[in-house]
Write a protein that binds this ligand. Structure first.
Ligand SMILES: [Zn+2]
Length: 268
């Protein structure tokens, strides 16, 4: 599932490719993809594409008409952009046909198909972006802001970091990496953290996410990725591999759909 660093790079690759282009037509090929009325999607035809940005784990494509297309890539959907000469594959959920002959396609080649799109007029005040927590890379996300978000919370750090109302954009993978970097156990209850530990967690959030954006950017090489690039992560998905700090095997705990990897020796 794409998270903040993945989507940040997708937005920066897609933006210059489509900015200023006019939408010639929209083809919805999986009707339940759309979470707002059918008319809202048709209204995008004729509009000019503006900036592409990310909020939490969503991509937002803005149009000069004041409309926005908000995209949740779900678990494995990805965006493709290229010349519209190739017929779309059966796993294409949505096509945005541009006046320059290129198209943006939302492709989901695995089931269940979990991607979703919205066309809100006021995206920050409407679902799915309304109610999202602070952006962890915003200057306003200070150690004090994190301290307030965690104060008195009798929930584990893993659960809190992946709660989109607490911090937007962090999921299972980057919560594991942030906690590894902070040397804090994913099972620690937030209310037991000292001031120094909250500060360490805050620093790890910024450092880990910025580092990951750089790594993904260089590996993507300007191409839209059809899957997340995660090979460089030290702990998430690395069960049994040696911890890069102490050499102990990386542990894994699976609970419901949530997989947590950590180093039992380094993280307390
Ligand atoms: Zn270790």
């Amino acid at each position: 599932m794409p998270e903040l660093p993945d989507l940040e790079v997708v937005a920066e690759i897609l933006a210059p490719r489509i900015a200023g282009r006019t939408v010639r037509g929209v083809e919805l090929r999986r009707p339940d993809l759309l979470q707002t009325g059918e008319a809202s999607l048709r209204a995008l035809a004729g509009a000019e594409l503006g900036p592409v940005s990310r909020r939490g784990k969503f991509l937002r494509v803005s149009f000069d008409s004041g409309l926005h297309l908000v995209v949740d890539l779900g678990r494995w959907a990805w965006l493709w952009h290229g010349p519209g000469v190739y017929p779309p594959s059966t796993d294409t959920d949505l096509r945005l046909l541009l006046a320059d002959g290129t198209e943006v396609r939302l492709i989901e080649s695995k089931v269940p198909r979990l991607a979703a799109v919205w066309v809100p007029r006021d995206p920050l005040a409407e679902p799915p972006l309304v109610g999202l927590g602070p952006e962890p890379l915003d200057p306003g996300f200070t150690p004090e802001a994190l301290k307030r978000a965690l104060a008195g919370r009798r929930r584990t750090l893993k659960r809190l970091l992946t709660d989109q109302r607490v911090v937007a954009g962090v999921g299972d993978a980057y919560a594991d990496e942030i906690l590894f970097q902070a040397r804090l156990s994913p099972f620690r209850f937030a209310h037991t953290l000292s001031g120094e530990e909250v500060e360490r967690l805050w620093r790890a959030i910024g450092e880990t996410l910025r580092w990951a954006i750089g790594e993904i950017r260089s590996r993507a090489g300007g191409k839209l990725m059809d899957r997340e690039i995660r090979d460089f992560l030290p702990v998430h998905g690395k069960r049994g591999a040696p911890c890069p700090v102490c050499g102990a095997p990386v542990a894994e705990v699976q609970f419901d759909e949530v997989r947590t990897n950590y180093c039992p020796a380094c993280q307390r």
